[in-house]
Design a protein around this ligand. Structure first.
Ligand code: SF4
Length: 315
């Protein structure tokens, strides 16, 4: 008989890679096949070190700015999207450019530009400094989109022409926090125009919904994801708010402090949209070294979203 303590792992579903991340990784892989290494990628293609390291091994070179890219090699823009000035500069330099911006982020960009064309002031609900927010703000001339980061700011933001106002959001926010911010804005600005379809993407929504369902039955929750991954951070917060105070975000199983597991009988596990399933398996294997593990898959919904590749790579 095993002398290891027993533990039940509730695996949240859906978890891990979304269609936008799958597409972005495939764009880098196909570009490497088509053009041969090196291909340059502006910013981490997705926020996950494991993914970035694997692509680096295959010949991808990750840089932060276009001026680090030589003229005669392809450059790929990351899934988070880029300010308009970036592709404009690449075109000016005659670079081979491939856009891995998730189509759901592009939809937000298109909406922001449409609002401005129609004469509306645009608010962006999102976190300052995140590359997706930098990219969306950069769709219009500097200062034209006003950032709202939380409900407090929604309560105090001053708008000159508040009858002609609209908002868009970052795709990877907390569904509940955003609903609170939107409700404040709607109370203050009843005519504010909201997105025709939700900007928080299906993957963010589904992963948070799954965590919410499981959290109340768990003594602890582990989210696998990068510290700079917005949607992964939100998953750990959602678990806490939904009743599982003991929730952490880790990048790899090796970071897990086994003392932290003391007294835990049921643990929830999920992975952010940029974290590959192999990292979930790695965690379960590590738990198996120390516990008698029973794994239960708990899926709240299934996903079948798929995005096509840019024409230059789809042939
Ligand atoms: S998290 Fe959502 S918006 Fe971001 S890449 Fe995935 S599907 Fe696209």
């Amino acid at each position: 008989m095993s002398s290891k303590p027993k533990i039940t792992v509730l695996l949240a579903g859906p978890r891990g890679f979304c269609a936008g991340v799958d597409r972005a990784i495939e764009i880098v892989e196909k570009a490497l096949e088509k053009f041969g290494p090196p291909v340059y990628v502006r910013h981490e293609i997705v926020h996950n070190k494991y993914v970035v390291d694997e692509l680096r091994e295959k010949g991808a070179v990750f840089v932060e700015e276009l001026d680090e890219v030589p003229e005669d090699v392809p450059v790929i823009f990351s899934a988070h999207g880029v300010p308009k000035a970036v592709p404009e500069e690449a075109t000016r330099r005659n670079m081979i450019q491939l856009d891995a911006t998730c189509p759901l982020v592009t939809k937000v960009h298109v909406d922001a530009r449409r609002h401005r064309k129609d004469g509306r002031t645009v608010l962006l609900i999102g976190h300052a400094g995140h590359p997706e927010v930098v990219g969306t703000l950069g769709q219009l001339p500097e200062g034209e989109i006003k950032l709202v980061e939380n409900a407090e700011q929604a309560k105090t933001i001053e708008i000159e022409n508040s009858d002609n106002l609209s908002f868009v959001t970052q795709t990877t926010l907390s569904v509940d926090d955003t609903a609170e911010i939107v409700s404040v804005l709607k109370k203050r600005f009843p005519n504010i125009e909201e997105p025709r379809t939700e900007d928080i993407c299906y993957a963010t929504t589904n992963r948070q919904a799954a965590v919410k369902v499981l959290a109340k039955d768990c003594d602890a929750f582990i989210v696998l994801g990068a510290p700079n991954s917005s949607n992964s951070n939100r998953l750990a917060e959602v678990a806490r708010v939904a009743g599982c105070e003991k929730s952490i975000l880790i990048e790899r199983a090796a970071e897990l402090d086994l003392d932290w597991m003391t007294g835990v009988e049921t643990i929830g596990v999920t992975a952010g949209a940029s974290a590959p399933e192999i990292l979930v398996q790695e965690l379960i294997d590590l738990l198996g070294d120390h516990f008698e593990v029973t794994v239960r898959d708990v899926a709240v919904t299934t996903e079948d979203m798929h995005f096509s590749l840019p024409r230059a790579l789809s042939a």
